[in-house]
Write a protein that binds this ligand. Structure first.
Ligand code: PRP
Length: 459
């Protein structure tokens, strides 16, 4: 199509002028730091065989890999991670070399953009890997370098979450490294499943995701035939280069709230906690979308349900109140803090009396839903083939008009189903309103958020 000649693929972008120089400057600074610390630069191919990323300790879900085919028919992937190729180098190409071996790199990794958009497909990373050393001193070397790297990048307002080991070990490590911005989180988990010891990630407000992440991966090299311990981290240089020059210093806590049926219960919850509803919200003719609770540092941002997740994920709202139906459907990166109890309803499969969907082994069903992902998961889990048609509202119409055999939708009182001659075939799961938080805000504004949660006193 003509327009594909003038736009870049989703999750990628052109960089011009200072965007390039800022990134290059950051990477030169980090390269100098890592070289001084005894690390040698290494580079790995921009694309690799698919098999490399299909082993047991696979860092990336297959659907996130960007795949293409070589002339010889082999499946190739754009490099989705730098640690795995470097572990391969340490275990194979350098098998005869003395340990420890220290490498750093500055290269991009590539992942399929997230289905709800907004994510980067090309992610620039500058990182290092230390092969052949384990224990407290080795972990302290890595962690100290991570902190130095942030310092050199000019990032001072951050929180480093550290976990993956017993609290005693982590405390000893913190004492060795001596940094007040480290927050102990023994239960911290990484999305990447090759870590075997410490894991850490660094957040700053306004970055959306982590700006640095790493950990210990002692079993990875053994998968390539050489059993050596290893640890490392990557700095997300693109994200750091794009941090706003003046991070948001405002004390205001923005809460994205779903417009519609959850709003009244949300306002009642706040009112019980002593926050009187803004007059502007009570005035039905007021079309403003942001309202301040009088005498407090809290603003309510009125948004569509799926957008609540987007605003929270990107950190422009620190908190969000949204139904678990939307969370189940949209995915995203956030922390779910509480089940607020209100807005209770359920996901159900429903259809007309005698619907084919109610049969024991139905095949080739057509299901209409506002929730195609939830619908797909439900039927896939039962091994039933379905064609899913996405409908944006009043989904009950679809079987009435003969578009679908049944629907998957939320059912509250059941009145809409009954009025339209439909009945529940199966209850899928309960749904209720949840309080969610942006991951960085949760760490950087924990006092404020915990204070508010204490007042809301739910759950
Ligand atoms: C929801 C849902 C059902 C109805 C169920 O729709 O999609 O249509 O509520 O409620 P009930 O069991 O109490 O009858 P909503 O009112 O949010 O509107 P929409 O269908 O246009 O999204």
């Amino acid at each position: 199509m003509e327009h594909y000649r003038i736009i870049t693929p989703e999750g990628t972008r052109d960089k011009i002028g200072t965007e390039c120089t800022a990134l290059r400057g950051l990477e030169a600074t980090l390269a100098a730091l890592f070289s001084r610390a005894g690390f040698t630069e290494a580079g790995t191919p921009q694309f690799e065989f698919y098999e490399l990323f299909q082993q047991a300790r696979n860092p990336i879900a297959p659907e996130s890999l960007l795949k293409f085919t070589a002339n010889g028919g082999q499946l190739l992937v754009l490099r989705p991670d730098s640690t795995l190729p470097l572990a391969r180098i340490a275990a194979t190409k350098l098998a005869g070399n003395e340990l420890p071996a220290r490498f750093f790199y500055a290269q991009s990794v590539y992942r399929s953009p997230k289905r709800n958009g907004g994510g980067d497909a090309e992610i620039r990373q500058c990182g290092l890997e230390l092969f052949g050393l384990s224990g407290l001193d080795a972990d302290a070397e890595i962690l100290s370098l991570a902190i130095d790297a942030l310092d050199k990048c000019g990032v001072s307002d951050y929180v480093l979450q550290l976990g993956g080991e017993k609290p005693e070990y982590l405390n000893e490590l913190i004492n060795l490294v001596g940094n007040g911005k480290i927050r102990l989180e023994p239960n911290l988990k990484s999305d990447i499943d090759y870590y075997t010891g410490i894991v850490f990630s660094v957040f700053t407000e306004g970055s959306g995701g982590a700006i640095l992440a790493g950990g210990r991966y002692d079993k990875l090299c053994a998968d390539f035939g050489r059993d050596i311990p290893a640890a490392g981290f990557a700095v997300y240089t693109d994200r750091i280069a794009n941090l706003k020059p003046e991070p948001q210093t405002s004390e205001t806590l923005r809460i994205a709230v779903t417009k519609g049926r959850l709003l009244d219960d949300t306002l009642a919850l706040f009112s019980k906690a002593g926050y009187s509803t803004p007059q502007s919200l009570l005035d039905k003719d007021d079309r403003r979308l942001i309202h301040d609770f009088p005498g407090s540092c809290i603003s309510v941002v009125l948004a569509k349900a799926a957008d609540v997740v987007t605003y929270v994920e990107h950190g422009v709202c620190q908190l969000g109140i949204v139904g678990s139906d939307t969370l189940a459907e949209s995915g995203g990166t956030y922390t779910e803090l509480r089940d607020l109890g209100f807005g209770a309803c359920k996901f159900s499969l429903a259809g007309p009396e005698g619907s084919r969907a109610a049969m024991k082994n139905p095949h080739n069903l057509t299901i209409a839903s506002k929730y195609p992902n939830v619908t797909k998961a439900y039927f896939t889990g039962r091994g039933i083939d379905v064609t899913i048609i996405k409908i944006d509202g009043s989904v009950e119409l679809a079987p009435l008009l003969g578009l679908s055999d049944a629907i998957v939708d939320i059912v509250s009182t059941g009145a809409t189903l009954e009025a339209n001659g439909l009945r529940v075939i199966d209850d899928i799961r309960p749904v209720s309103a949840r309080l969610i938080a942006n991951n960085a805000a949760l760490r950087l504004r924990s006092e404020q958020i915990e204070g508010l949660m204490g007042k809301l006193a739910v759950g």
